[in-house]
Write a protein that binds this ligand. Structure first.
Ligand code: 5GP
Length: 192
C-alpha cells in the first residue's frame, strides 16, 4: 500500500464539509481523517480524540518544543492548531489514506513537506459575494467575525494557486463528482 495523503482546504463557508461528507461516507474503509490538536474549547457534541485532541496551551508549547508537529499554526488569535507527525503512521498503518481537513496555510505547508505523497485540493467559493451570502444565511457570525472571515477568505483565495487542484463549488453535485475523479486518478497514480 502506498503512503498518500489528501489535503482539503477552503475559505470558511465554501462548502468543503458538505462536499467531503458523501464522498467519505462511500469510501470510509479507504480513508481516515487526521485528528489535529487544538487549544480551543470543545464545542457541544465534540469529543476528545475524535474531533480533536483538546490540549492546554502548556501542552501545545511542549509538543511544539519537542518537534512533534508536522505543522502548527495560530489560526485565530490565541487559538493554536497542529498536526501531529504520528497521525500519518497511525493511519497509514491501518492501510488507509490520510485526509486533512485543514486551513489553507496549513494545507500549503503540508503539501510542501510531503510533496508527491500529498494531493492538495482547494475548494473555491463561486465568488466573495456568494461566500458572504452563505455566511450570512448560516447565521453563525456577528458582523465583526463575518468581516474577519471575508478578509481572511481573500487572503486564502490568493493562496489557491499553490494547490494541485482547485474545484469551484458553484454546483454541489458537480463539485462532488470532480473531487471523486481527482481522488480516483491520484490513487491510480500512486499505485502505478
Ligand atoms: P475549527 O475551530 O472551526 O474546528 O477550525 C478552525 C480552522 O482551523 C479550520 O479552518 C480548520 O481547518 C483549521 N485546522 C484544524 N486543524 C488544523 C491543523 O492541524 N493545522 C492547521 N494549520 N489548521 C487546522
Amino acid at each position: 500500500m502506498n503512503k498518500g495523503v489528501f489535503i482539503f482546504s477552503a475559505p470558511s463557508g465554501s462548502g468543503k464539509t458538505t462536499i467531503l461528507k458523501p464522498i467519505l461516507e462511500k469510501m470510509k474503509e479507504r480513508f481516515s481523517f487526521s485528528i489535529s490538536a487544538t487549544t480551543r474549547q470543545p464545542r457541544e457534541g465534540e469529543k476528545d480524540e475524535v474531533d480533536y485532541y483538546f490540549i492546554t496551551p502548556e501542552k501545545m508549547r511542549e509538543h511544539i518544543a519537542q518537534g512533534d508537529f508536522l505543522e502548527w499554526e495560530e489560526v485565530y488569535p490565541g487559538k493554536y492548531y497542529g498536526t501531529f507527525k504520528s497521525e500519518l503512521d497511525r493511519i497509514w498503518n491501518q492501510g488507509k489514506y490520510v485526509i486533512f481537513d485543514i486551513d489553507v496555510k496549513g494545507g500549503v505547508n503540508i503539501k510542501n513537506i510531503l510533496k508527491d505523497k500529498a494531493c492538495s485540493i482547494f475548494i473555491m467559493p463561486p465568488s466573495i459575494e456568494e461566500l458572504e451570502r452563505r455566511l450570512r444565511n448560516r447565521n453563525t457570525e456577528s458582523e465583526e467575525t463575518l468581516k474577519e472571515r471575508l478578509l481572511r477568505a481573500e487572503m486564502e483565495i490568493s493562496l489557491s494557486e499553490n494547490f494541485d487542484y482547485v474545484v469551484c463549488n458553484d454546483c454541489l453535485d458537480t463539485a462532488i463528482s470532480k473531487v471523486e475523479k481527482i481522488i480516483s486518478k491520484q490513487i491510480e497514480t500512486w499505485n502505478a
